[in-house]
Design a protein around this ligand. Structure first.
Ligand code: GLN
Length: 280
């Protein structure tokens, strides 16, 4: 068998990867190089690829085997119903965060809805909401200019024009408005958490992952400040770590939010907590 068939290239690469999804990773990377999808590769696994393509693929495979995330190597990741461009300037959108989108879409928010997505990264949450709710006006912030450029590029590619992008530190980036809904997937991992030494997170921006006070600092700041930026009966919805549910519920209760609830992700971990704000 030639060393350049689809099948042999995939098998050699998958054997190098320390990943639960080694074959899938290899297929996605080869697919990018040869411009074919996985079903084509199954049907044509004895097809030869060119030497140039094989060499390009082997380079990507080496980077993958050194741990680089597939999403960064491909430059994109699926989230909700969209493909988003991603770069090492942004967190790779996660399926857990789709739970937040799903929960938000179930809220009764009425008409003329204004939303803030704090720390938008690739724009995942803001753009998913923008596509589902074309009449919502969404403000997506990030302190990282590079991240906002990625998010803006995604909005352009998706043809979504109901999102405004604002650069700055959490609420400081927002116009002086009150919102029906404030959402965020802020950094919530404690510095020194052993998870930071494993898998994709090693390559993701530390600023998108790590927060002070054992991972709680940004969750606390957002919950505190959101009270000044929510309309009465507005909602705050935040993603958090699997072991932070109780702490976030306590926080919201102490701060005067009501209708507080935590929701489980597809791994049965507490992942998203929300509360309503009734002013006055
Ligand atoms: N909001 C973005 C996401 O959900 C980025 C989150 C972050 O960088 N912490 O993917």
């Amino acid at each position: 068998m030639s060393a350049r068939t689809v099948k042999s290239l995939l098998a050699d690469a998958a054997a190098m990867f320390d990943s639960d999804s080694a074959l899938l990773d290899a297929q996605l990377l080869l697919g990018k190089i040869i411009g074919k999808d996985r079903s084509w590769m199954y049907a044509h696994d004895d097809a030869d690829v060119t030497e140039t393509q094989a060499a390009a693929f082997r380079l990507l495979a080496e980077r993958r085997s050194a741990g680089e995330p597939v999403a960064y190597l491909l430059g994109s990741r699926g989230f909700w119903r969209q493909h988003l461009d991603v770069s090492p300037s942004v967190l790779i959108p996660r399926p857990e965060t789709e739970l937040l989108v799903e929960l938000v879409l179930q809220l009764e928010l009425g008409l003329g809805v204004q939303v803030a997505d704090l720390g938008t990264g690739s724009g995942a949450i803001a753009l998913a909401l923008a596509s589902e709710k074309p009449d919502w006006q969404i403000f997506a912030t990030d302190i990282s200019k590079a991240a906002l450029e990625v998010a803006q590029g995604n909005a352009r590619k998706l043809g979504l024009d109901n999102v405004c992008f604002c650069e700055g530190d959490w609420f400081a980036a927002l116009p002086s408005l009150k919102f029906n809904l404030i959402v965020s997937n802020p950094p919530y991992i404690a510095a020194g958490d052993p998870h930071l030494a494993r898998g994709d997170v090693r390559f993701e921006p530390a600023g998108a992952l790590i927060a002070g006070d054992e991972g709680m600092a940004d969750l606390v700041h957002i919950a505190e400040q959101a009270r000044l930026f929510l309309k009465s009966r507005g909602w705050l919805v935040m993603e958090h770590g699997f072991d932070q549910g109780r702490e976030v519920r306590n926080l919201l209760e102490t701060m005067g939010y009501s209708k507080i609830s935590t929701h489980f992700d597809h791994n049965a971990k507490e992942r998203v907590t929300m509360g309503a704000w009734h002013a006055g």
